[in-house]
Write a new protein. Structure first.
Length: 304
């Protein structure tokens, strides 16, 4: 799937039937990959890296273009089961065209980040900034979800919510690695500012992107540390809830066994003192109730 865009009046707009400045390839098939390799001389390994979720961020300077592999968060779906994933995106900057290759459709140019752009190099830099913005959004969602799961765990006796928290903790580790990988990319972009074609304004924006990415990494690190430190406490809460339930069930069982024992003792096929008494039934029932009341009194005293 291919989407074509132009930069018109300092805005990135989708175009149809005109010469594009930006081409976005979403999960390209074999035919589209062959076209990119033959038409633009894009390295096949670099193109494959743009679709590999395990690939690290990097920049490569070729004879006729600049290739960048960037880490971006994947759109969350229900089947991910509370696991937030990371994917890769490839950007290939030529003199007159910017080619973007990614595994899934991301609403890149719907963001306000692209409200004012005039050049392809600036667009590529703002895509890096957009990636940081997406990571920050997902981190906020992870924080809210972890708080909700923590509240549910306080009354839970199952491992379901704990497993969800483990998935979030795993996601934060992936995010930290991805954001750190992007930071290495940004530092290398500073080295190749002239080769990429950055202006003085772009260089200042690159400094802002560096600060934003550092803050994003710190935030992911804080969330990861908090979640990891609270996991043991939440496991203890689940175990404690289960112990309380078992204690209540044991109390109910013993409370039933005490009057049952009294009634069973008087039900044996042997002679006992009050078997011919006209109120024998009520006497035995009273003894059973007194025994049960005595048990509850003993339980409440020992509970204190």
């Amino acid at each position: 799937m291919v989407k074509l865009y132009n930069i018109v009046e300092s805005r990135v707009t989708e175009c149809v039937g005109t010469k594009e400045n930006i081409a976005v390839y979403i999960n390209p098939d074999e035919k589209e990959r062959r076209y990119l390799i033959q038409q633009y001389q894009i390295d096949e390994h670099t193109l494959q890296s743009a679709l590999d979720p395990d690939e690290l961020s990097r920049i490569e300077i070729e004879s006729n273009h600049v290739a960048i592999i960037l880490k971006v968060p994947v759109n969350y779906q229900a089947e991910h089961a509370f696991e937030f994933l990371v994917s890769s995106m490839g950007m290939f900057l030529f003199e007159k065209v910017l080619i973007i290759v990614m595994a899934e459709d991301l609403p890149i140019f719907d963001s306000k980040t692209f409200a004012r752009v005039s050049r392809l190099a600036e667009t590529m830099l703002k895509i890096v900034s957009y990636s940081i913005f997406r990571f920050l959004e997902h981190l906020r969602v992870i924080d809210m979800v972890s708080d909700e799961l923590g509240e549910k765990i306080s009354t839970s006796m199952e491992n379901t919510y704990l497993l969800n928290l483990f998935a979030l903790e795993k996601s934060l580790v992936y995010y930290q690695n991805a954001i750190n990988s992007n930071s290495v990319l940004i530092e290398k972009m500073k080295i190749y500012t002239q080769r990429i074609g950055f202006t003085v304004d772009d260089t200042e924006l690159l400094d802002d992107v560096t600060i934003e990415n550092t803050q994003c990494y710190k935030q992911a690190e804080i969330y990861s540390n908090i979640l990891a430190s609270m996991m043991d406490a939440r496991v203890s809460i689940v175990n404690n809830n289960l112990n309380i339930l078992m204690k209540k069930l044991t109390m109910i069982t013993i409370a039933i066994m005490v009057p049952t024992f009294v009634v069973s003792a008087f039900s044996m096929n042997v002679s006992f003192p009050i078997q011919r008494h006209p109120q024998a039934f009520w006497i035995i029932l009273g003894i059973a109730c007194v025994a049960m009341a005595g048990f509850f009194f003993f339980f409440l005293r020992t509970k204190k």
